[in-house]
Write a protein that binds this ligand. Structure first.
Ligand SMILES: [Fe+2]
Length: 822
């Protein structure tokens, strides 16, 4: 967008890396010991590299472990270059490995530097402990006695020829040359390269130093830098701004203080300074009494303090926009980021073009294989870095939007290294990491709390911050923005494990066949949201301050709307990981949403759906939008037509697999639209094409507070949002516009008198007179309203704080009219 990623002001003589025109060098001598190398570099895997005593060490065993140089790249233009480095074997390992360069790493699909870092191959140039040197496809044996403890590699060339010279510290030398057809892209230091053939990548560890690059092909790209402020996320709600700055794993000797500055006139004013939270390397700022009527420019300041005491200020800038109370609220709903579509360029471009006012990332901001290497579950400090390295990909992909757009982010199962999660209030998984179909968390509470902090630190303060089991933090809360009141909850963390009810063979979460009596699935004590979150929701329901509409944000849909999981052969009758179970807990939240006319937005499924919930009858409750996965790896389908389910009340559009269906748990789901993947599910030629055919994309919802309408889009991964053709660019059945009050459900035939108020847009509250139970609360549109209820009875009506009286419903129609003055 309009700001540079970082602005470095001081470059001094003794800086760690040195830049002149067509020249770059780095010796790491001025870098404090730490995991993060510096803003010019990006290491993959993050946790497998460190700077120590002025050298760069590979400390992991992942194949193709790499340090990408971001800010100086080889252009495609004609010219020459030379690159050299000192390399030292530090640990031989039990399988011989290799070290050297990948030169000209770029991604054929996407020219973006982020794509090059994760998908760029480059020409391999280096040495193997098996006794040879390699350059592209050329190999030459190393002389007897070659000393791997310290050697130099120099590669030089142009667009047609490459030469490599290797010399150990005793000047034992070899030379190699090869022909190439063009070279462009990143220069990468690599440890344990995948050399193909019978050659294993190996498990050796090397250190690197004195990287030097020069030549006319070298171009400086300062805009490619990442860090030291990686990105920010913020929210504005009820006059309070919360903003979190994400920093990479800086070292103990590095500066730990981060400041927030606001622009006052032409000057930047520091409004707060925070010390980095040590585990997550985040700084969270909270500013109360915020004037939400104007845009305010902010910047985060981090002063890098090098070993020699020199200081380099860095800034990351954005805007806290004014609360969009007088225009429709544009909401981006996103979920599930699988690495193969990174950095999701077509999708990010479209999301940016649609200019959202608010973003919601509902979960699976990481998957365990993201980045192309396995996650590490232990030890604890490494598991945290392993999570962070994958999580930083999210910020790198979406940071430019998030700098200006308030962002809600909630973790789901994969964010805490789980395939599925039934958190049971934060307990440790009995028996440890093994079983993936039972209650409890596999990872340490410290790691989970880092996940919570890095994803939710910018959210309004939790409703009740009291930690749950093991001292696990919580984040469920409310947020009001653009006159829409959001409840942000977890449908995983408190949920009971399926082993509490499963009485079948095999996985506890897979119900393979129908059962006549489903009551065993809803034993007493089986929870979905848990009593703490239910208490919050009951309070949230009553709060209509500065809000016209209500929305509940959850991770998944409260229904089991998938018949096939993973592959088209894999039919599954009932999935206890879905929000369709437990039915009783699911109905509590659906009834609560119905009281306030709340719309539900969620993700998780990788199967976009628009469902109208039912409790006693089909369609007697509110609507849910399950947004498409940003990039889908694990596919699900909803194919009731193919399974021979009867077609009941198919919507007017007539698309397959839509209509009324009862799921395995007895939930009555009206599936208005479904975005199934196609039958062809692999595009080998294109990462983005692959994302497209695996039904990837994002949700976009426009809340019109004046009209009280909700317009729902489900965009495909590749789409033309500026000149859209619905069936090409959206999933079948989208877009759909509903009314806020459609979320009260259909079939309410018991009418209270018409209430006419002298002031428009008042909050009306209906309680059952005999019990005081809340039945309905919402903001009227205009001056009059006639409330329709599912059940007959006598009800007390309040307008604002004013009690209007008690009234008995009439069936079908009620001509009574009550005038209220407030
Ligand atoms: Fe997912």
């Amino acid at each position: 967008m309009k700001y540079l990623l970082t602005i470095s002001i001081a470059t001094i003589l003794f800086a760690t890396s040195c830049t002149k025109q067509n020249q770059f060098s780095a010796n790491f001598d001025n870098t404090n010991n730490r995991i993060w190398v510096g803003k010019d570099f990006w290491t993959i895997p993050l946790e497998d590299w460190k700077v120590e005593d002025g050298k760069l060490f590979c400390i992991g065993e992942a194949p193709n472990s790499r340090v990408n140089l971001l800010t100086h790249v080889l252009s495609a233009e004609a010219g020459d270059f030379q690159v050299s480095a000192k390399i030292m074997l530090t640990e031989k390992g039990n399988v011989p490995g290799s070290a050297g360069f990948l030169i000209g790493a770029h991604d054929e699909e996407d020219s973006d530097v982020r794509a090059a870092c994760y998908f760029g191959g480059g020409i391999k140039a280096g040495v193997s402990l098996n006794g040879f040197a390699f350059l592209k496809d050329e190999k030459v044996d190393l002389p007897e006695g070659f000393d791997f403890s310290e050697f130099n590699i120099t590669v030089s060339g142009n667009n047609t020829d490459l030469k490599m010279k290797i010399a150990d510290k005793n000047s034992v030398q070899v030379e190699l040359s090869t022909k190439i057809e063009n070279i462009q892209g990143l220069i990468v230091l690599a440890n344990n390269l995948n050399l193909g053939g019978n050659e294993k990548p190996g498990k050796s560890k090397f250190a690197f130093d004195d990287l030097k690059i020069s030549g006319s092909k070298l171009v400086e790209k300062p805009e490619n830098a990442f860090g030291p402020i990686l990105w920010t996320m913020h929210t504005l709600s009820k006059g309070t701004v919360k903003l979190m700055a994400m920093l990479p794993p800086v070292g103990n000797e590095d500066n730990q203080d981060v400041s927030l500055q606001l622009k006052k006139g032409e000057k930047w004013e520091t409004v707060a300074t925070q010390t980095l939270e040590p585990d997550s390397k985040t700084a969270v700022f909270k500013i109360e009494n915020w004037d939400a009527t104007q845009n305010v420019e902010y910047r985060v300041e981090y002063i890098e303090k090098a070993k020699d005491g020199s200081e380099t200020p860095n800034y990351y800038a954005g805007t806290i926009r004014k609360d969009p109370v007088d225009e429709p609220l544009k909401f981006g709903g996103l979920t599930c980021q699988y690495t193969s579509g990174f950095p999701y360029t077509p999708l990010v471009k479209n999301l940016t073009n649609l200019d959202p006012d608010l973003l919601y990332f509902s979960g699976d901001q990481i998957y365990e294989p993201n980045g192309g290497y396995p996650m590490k579950r232990e030890p604890e400090d490494v598991s945290i870095l392993s999570y962070l390295g994958k999580y930083y990909m999210f910020g790198w992909a979406f940071g430019d939007i998030m700098r200006d757009v308030p962002t809600i982010c909630t973790p789901d199962d994969h964010d805490v290294f789980h395939g599925n999660l039934w958190g049971a209030g934060g307990i440790a998984k009995p028996g440890g990491a093994g079983s993936s179909d039972t209650r409890g968390f596999m990872q340490s509470v410290k790691m989970v709390n880092v996940v919570n902090r890095t994803q939710c630190g910018q959210l309004p303060d939790p409703y009740d911050p009291t930690p749950i089991e093991q001292g696990m933090s919580v984040w469920y809360t409310g947020l009001t923005y653009g006159r829409v009141s959001f409840a942000i909850i977890s449908d995983r963390i408190f949920k009971t494990g399926p082993e509490a009810v499963s009485d079948w063979e095999g996985r506890h979460d897979h119900m393979k066949e129908p059962r006549k009596d489903l009551s065993f699935l809803d034993k007493p004590g089986v929870e979905m949201l848990g009593t703490r979150q239910e208490k919050f929701l009951n309070d949230w329901a009553l709060d209509w301050e500065n809000a016209d509409m209500k929305v509940l944000l959850s991770q998944t849909v409260f229904a089991n709307v998938a018949t096939h999981h993973g592959a088209l052969e894999d039919y599954l009758y009932g999935d206890l990981d879905s929000g369709g179970w437990p039915k009783s807990g699911r109905e509590k939240v659906i009834k609560l949403m119905r009281k306030v006319g709340a719309f539900n937005i969620n993700g998780d499924q990788h199967l976009p759906s628009l469902v109208q919930y039912g409790v006693e009858n089909f369609q007697d409750a509110g609507w849910s939008f399950c947004t498409p996965a940003i990039c889908n790896f694990y596919m699900r389908w909803f194919l009731p037509d193919e399974l021979g389910a009867p077609v009941i009340d198919r919507p007017k559009h007539g698309y397959e697999n839509t209509g009324k269906y009862t799921d395995a748990f007895g939930n009555k789901n009206y599936v208005y639209a479904i975005g199934n993947p196609g039958k062809i599910t692999v595009d080998k030629d294109s990462r983005y094409g692959n994302a497209q055919i695996r039904n990837s994309g994002f949700g976009f919802v426009t809340f019109d507070q004046n009209e009280r309408t909700i317009n729902i889009d489900a965009w495909r991964f590749i789409a033309d949002v500026e000149n859209p053709i619905p069936l090409r660019d959206q999933f079948p059945g989208w877009p759909l516009k509903i009314n806020q009050y459609d979320n009260f459900g259909m079939g309410a035939e018991n009418l209270l008198p018409e209430i006419v108020v002298n002031q428009p847009n008042q909050v009306i509250e209906v309680t059952k007179t005999s019990t005081g139970d809340l039945i309905r609360i919402f903001r009227m549109k205009g001056n009059s309203v006639q409330v329709k209820l599912m059940h007959p009875g006598t009800f007390t009506i309040k307008i604002g704080d004013k009690e209007v009286g008690s009234f008995t419903t009439k069936q079908g129609e009620n001509p009574e009219k009550v005038n209220v003055e407030i």
